[in-house]
Write a new protein. Sequence first.
Length: 334
Amino acid sequence: MKKILGLLAICTLVACNESGETAVAPVSGGNQNAYQDPNPQQVNADSIYQHVLDSINAAQAMSSATIDPFSSSSVDFFLSSSAIMPLSSSSMVFPTVSSSSFAISSSSIAIVRSSSSAIVPKSSAAVDDGTITMELWDASELKPQVPVSNKKGGWWYGYDDSNNGGESTITWGGEPGTNGDMTPVLEACDGSLCGSYTLIVGTNEWQPFIGFAFGFGPDNKYSGDASAMLGVCVEYASTAPIHLELGLTAAKEKTIDGGANAFYELPKSTAKKVVDLSWASFAPPDWATKVLSGAQSAKQLSSLKFKIQGEENAADGDPGEFAIYKVGPKGSCK
């Protein structure tokens, strides 16, 4: 080691070029394209000699000492200005550290989100954006509420012509529960919404009728755009045709001819029958002039009505029966 350092000192002291001028070290180690001072100063021989001696002493001290790379003094040494470490990746040596020394418990990195900062996805139950959606309602599941986007809607109810002077009646297949809960009816009808009826004209100037329906919201003031549903499907059976009507709000129905809601006539069938309908399949009655088309009604839909009306000149009291098995968006009753 001493021999090598001695040779280094001699070579440094006599480092002159062939012309006899004192050599000037490049600014960047060996890079001939690196920027250099255009007016270099000559290096004093005495200062070079002293610098070499200092380097020899430092090297001897390092050769006799064992350096712990993880001690605080070693860190101070490597970071001091007298020990400059090269920055190239080939010369850097990273100590091998076991994974256990870097183990971090999950509790130390857990991210806790308060309820106020949590992101809650939108759902039809929480947010009413003015659109109407629904899922297939299957009576065999014995659920009395049709799954519509406004969770306050979807409850079945019956209606008749008593407000118009008629005396028609509807008798459910089972006794509805408290607040009109149709679960007992579904159970009594073996998984369908079923009933019987009689049509009596009374003093009604129109043909007698009965009906049953569900709203897409909590009352007849609610409406929404059901265009995205494309239409509806129904699985049913009935001894008489059923007018499937697109119900509007009470206020909106006052702007059209009375009873002139867009409808589609479901033909009578004593066996289960599936009908798949687009909104364009619904149309107002021929006699009406102030009307809305099926597509127009779907944009402001309030309810879906199943109406059974007596035929012209039919005798009072003729009984009939019906059963509804499924209702859903177009294409879902398969």
